[in-house]
Design a protein. Structure first.
Length: 574
């Protein structure tokens, strides 16, 4: 039954029991202390009264007379009335009473301890006498020689002492009840607060829920980042640490150990998104080596009826899209090759029809000559590319782009020097770089008036590998040269080069991806990417075609030459 109680109810019951026990213990101690203090006060008062009576010369004088009661009884009765004591007993050293509150007890022996008084000491005791239990003080009466001639006992009954003490008991009990009420009220308010923040769950349920959440955070394949309203990273799981390049973090770090966004090595766009706290749905962000799909939403807690729900921060989820984009680039390459094959098939069919027609007309020699020249031209183009670029994947890519250029009414020229330096570079990255640059160059050249030309130069040295792609398109507006490499920025909606003179804006649909992927791949390979005009002076000569400079855009990628001793990443390890 108790296991089903919420934390608030448990705290309330435990606090009420604690305050109740504390009140009982403190009240009992206070009552005992008050009773003891009342007895001590009564003893000191009786000592004062008895000492005053013993010091009166009348007592010593009457003690030597033949009939002490005759003189002392009226005096004792007056002092009892004036001092408010229950009895004053003046007695002989042999216990014989000379005075008493009950005159019938005069002449009888005193009941109680007198030995310390006979030795000249003053003492107080609680004992039962003829009037019942009482607090009494006995004081000796000495003559000038120091001999004890009489004893004076002044006392008050215990019943009267308890009545005096009970006046304090009421205040103590009222204080305990007030303490109990205040503690219960404080417990109720605290329980109400805990009930609102824990949603009425018990500690066992919360522990189980936390265990589930911890397992979910560690088991999901998506990165999860929890950020509070102050910009502190409350929590991130192992997948988020891997995607963002962070140190592994335990779930639920202490508040002092939680890092702030400014302390984490995040990409500028991701940092801006996390700091803004805005809602995001499937946004693409580029890190140094990954393409991330980010979703972000506010973490809203339960609110009061009619009030606003409190916002504790934001929850961001990250998905790795790098492999998908890589597969997409490879698929786009295959589409290019497929399109090239279709174009070649269509062109081959036209040439075959021409040859058949010449043969039907009896012009066999012309048909043979036409077929031979066509075969030599196609074979020479293939041999030139394969001989220049000995990387089969890049050769296939360039051949496909060349066929695509021919189909779109453009001419792709390839210049290669020292292509052996391509070994050791990741083919996937090279396909991403050259494929996207050639696509943009072909789009720009196709949108320009004739002659439509694209130039590709591959130059390798012992220190670097340089790729230069130039086109005869409209060129690049310097005002947006720094923006065309950002993800989502494109000018292809207007039919010009990606980053052309027509200006640019965030791209619709899936545009604005190619150059961002190129920049990411170049950065991953520790290279550099520069943008310029194709008609600018070029020491490498890669921007020139047929002795004339191209009038368009130029993209140059410089990659550090791979270490010859390093394993070739393009080959699978057995």
């Amino acid at each position: 039954m108790i296991r089903r109680w919420s934390i608030a109810r448990r705290l309330f019951v435990a606090n009420v029991l604690f305050v109740l026990v504390l009140s009982v213990v403190l009240g009992t101690a206070a009552i005992i202390d008050a009773r003891q203090r009342t007895y001590d006060d009564a003893g000191r008062r009786m000592q004062t009264v008895a000492a005053a009576v013993a010091a009166n010369p009348l007592v010593l004088s009457a003690a030597g007379s033949p009939e002490p009661p005759t003189t002392l009884q009226p005096y004792a009765a007056k002092v009892m009335a004036d001092a408010g004591v229950d009895f004053i007993t003046i007695m002989a050293p042999d216990r014989t009473r000379w005075t008493h509150a009950n005159p019938a007890e005069i002449g009888r022996p005193y009941i109680g301890t007198i030995e310390p008084a006979l030795r000249g000491e003053t003492f107080t005791e609680v004992t039962a006498g003829t009037l019942g239990p009482s607090v009494r003080t006995i004081v000796p009466v000495r003559d000038s020689a120091g001999t004890v001639r009489a004893l004076v006992a002044a006392g008050v009954t215990v019943r009267n002492v308890d009545i005096a003490a009970s006046g304090r008991f009421g205040a103590i009990i009222a204080l305990c009840l007030a303490l109990l009420a205040a503690g219960s009220l404080a417990s109720w308010f605290l329980g109400r607060y805990l009930r609102s923040v824990t949603r009425g769950w018990g500690p066992e349920q919360l522990a189980q829920l936390f265990a589930y959440y911890e397992s979910v955070l560690h088991s999901v394949r998506e990165g999860v980042v929890l950020i509070d309203t102050r910009g502190t990273v409350v929590m991130y799981n192992d997948q988020a640490a891997e995607l963002l390049g962070l140190e592994p973090s335990d779930v639920g770090p202490s508040a002092g150990a939680a890092p702030r966004l400014a302390e984490l090595p995040l990409d500028a766009s991701l940092r801006a998104l996390f700091e803004s706290g805005r809602t995001a749905h499937d946004e693409i962000h580029l890190s140094d080596s990954r393409i991330l799909v980010v979703n972000q939403a506010p973490a809203v807690g339960p609110g009061r009826p009619g009030g606003r729900n409190p916002v504790f921060g934001t929850v961001a989820t990250l998905r790795d899209r790098t492999e998908i984009e890589s597969l997409g680039s490879e698929l786009e390459t295959m589409r290019t090759l497929s399109g090239a094959l279709r174009a070649q098939t269509h062109e081959h069919a036209n040439r075959l029809h021409t040859i058949v027609s010449l043969m039907e007309l009896g012009r066999t020699d012309d048909a043979l000559d036409f077929a031979t020249k066509d075969l030599e031209l196609s074979q020479r183009l293939t041999d030139d590319i394969v001989a220049s670029v000995d990387e089969p994947v890049l050769s296939a890519l360039i051949m496909g782009k060349s066929a695509e250029a021919h189909e779109r009414g453009a001419e792709l020229t390839v210049h290669v020097s020292g292509a052996d330096g391509l070994h050791g570079l990741a083919v996937q990255d090279l396909v991403t770089i050259l494929g996207n640059l050639l696509d943009n160059a072909l789009d720009a050249a196709a949108a320009a008036p004739p002659p439509r030309k694209v130039s590709l130069t591959i130059a390798t040295t012992p220190d670097a590998v340089t790729f230069t792609v130039a086109d005869s398109g409209p060129g690049i507006d310097p005002a947006i040269a720094g923006d065309i490499l950002e993800y989502g920025f494109s000018t292809k909606a207007s039919g010009v080069h990606d980053g052309g003179p027509g200006g640019g804006a965030p791209a619709p649909g899936g545009r604005g991806v190619g150059l961002a992927l190129v920049r990411q791949a170049v950065k991953r390979l520790d290279g550099t990417l520069s943008i310029g005009a194709a008609d600018a002076p070029d020491d490498s000569g890669g921007a020139a075609l047929g002795g004339a400079a191209l009038k368009g855009a130029l993209f140059r990628v410089v990659l550090p030459a791979p270490d010859p001793a390093a394993p070739d990443p393009t080959k699978e390890t057995e």
